[in-house]
Design a protein around this ligand. Structure first.
Ligand code: PLP
Length: 382
């Protein structure tokens, strides 16, 4: 099998598995318990927090563990909105965010908040000037993702953070698809809140964290015990947290070499496809992108048919976000970039990872060329 859907999820790194094992087999204490097994579990969590903070350039107190990216996005948006609702009720985001942000904004709108969804340019990026223009005296929060999960397009988040800071607006960025793909330090990003997920970086599923800059107002979303500085009630998943920290360390330490390697492989893929097939669009390629992601539109074919045909050949790619599988609507990200419904419907995402080889790429180019050629020959789509 050739697995090229690393933006959907990644396989567990063997080193991560090893790091987790003692906390599944031996150290089973509740981290909130006072006796020794409890203290061992608690120490493992605090050690994990410290290792993550060290790699991201922040203080351990600024890391709040969650059950993944979706929960961290929810905590950031709902938590900030609740904490600041007496100051204002306007929130700014973009039309290309992950559903974890978009649907949370929708829920906040149902609760009486006003949400502005900013457009993106043809290249898929949010313009910092648009962000500045959208602010009103009632704006409390802006949430703009760092790297898009479907196209890999990187937003000018540092500039947006500056605009927000100048106007006293809290700034959140969903950095799930950026960690491990580009060098990343939260201090240089300038965000007040940032979301991260474990299973996109060879860590366990159901793990993640929110970076919360010291002093940022946030109300808890779940209520219960005093876990995670009172911001996220619930007994911690100790093994997952330990694995998550190991994954963060491994990807951050490898990021520069790996980014170069992936960029070369991606060029090989994109050049190969463009040479072999006509009427191909490389969505988002005019902007800076994370180095592992390609998004192609093949005129005259349906993306889902390509995915199914490649699956039969033993190659895993996707039409876009894994969370949208089964959704007959074309990608909201590609439509927001100005693609026609037809071009958006013909899109596939190929996302490379740490085990991807040149041979994988060459086989994939060949198979995509064959599959698209075959589908086009029988297609009724213009
Ligand atoms: N944000 C982005 C940009 C993502 O790509 C994803 C996962 O697809 C998430 C958030 C959700 O993360 P998780 O699967 O850990 O809930």
């Amino acid at each position: 099998m050739i697995y090229l859907d690393h933006n959907a999820t990644t396989p567990l790194h063997p080193g991560v598995f090893e790091a987790m094992l003692p906390y599944l087999k031996e150290h089973q204490g509740n981290p909130s318990s006072l006796y020794r097994p409890g203290r061992t579990a608690k120490a493992a969590i605090e050690n994990a927090r410290g290792r993550i903070a060290d790699r991201l350039g922040c203080s351990p107190r600024e890391i709040v563990f969650t059950s993944g990216g979706t929960e961290a996005d929810n905590l950031a948006l709902r938590g900030a909105a609740r904490a600041l609702k007496d100051r204002g009720t306007h929130i700014v985001t973009s039309g290309v965010e992950h559903h974890a942000v978009l649907h949370t904004c929708r829920a906040l709108a149902d609760d009486g908040f006003q949400v502005t969804y900013l457009p993106v340019g043809e290249n898929g990026q949010v313009d910092p000037d648009d962000v500045a223009r959208s602010f009103t005296p009632r704006t409390i929060l802006a949430s703009i993702m760092l790297a898009n999960n479907e196209t890999g397009v990187i937003n000018p988040v540092e500039e947006i953070a500056e605009v927000a800071a100048k106007r006293g607006v809290l700034f959140h960025t969903d950095a799930v698809q950026a960690l491990g793909k580009i060098p990343l330090h939260v201090a240089t990003l300038g965000a007040d809140l940032a979301t991260f997920s474990g299973h996109k970086i060879y860590g366990p599923k159901g793990s993640g964290f929110l970076y919360l800059k010291h002093g940022t107002p946030l109300a808890p979303v779940t209520t219960g015990g005093r876990h995670e500085f009172g911001l996220r009630a619930g007994t911690e998943n100790v093994a997952a947290i330990v694995g998550l920290a190991e994954a963060v360390v491994l990807v951050c330490d490898a990021v520069e070499n790996e980014a170069n390697r992936l960029e070369k492989l991606r060029s090989r893929l994109e050049d190969g496809i463009v040479q072999r097939l006509s009427s191909v669009r490389l969505n988002g390629s005019a902007a800076r992108r994370v180095p592992n992601t390609s998004n192609f539109s093949f005129r005259g074919v349906d993306g889902e048919s390509i995915v199914i045909a490649l699956d039969i050949e033993g190659i895993c790619v996707s039409t876009g976000s894994a969370c949208s599988t089964g959704d007959p609507e074309p990608s909201h990200v590609l439509l927001a970039m100005g693609l026609s419904g037809r071009d958006a419907q013909g899109a596939i995402r190929v996302s490379l990872g740490k085990d991807t080889t040149e041979t994988d790429i060459d086989v994939t180019v060949e198979k995509i060329a064959q599959v698209v050629g075959r589908l086009r020959a029988v297609s009724s789509v213009e």
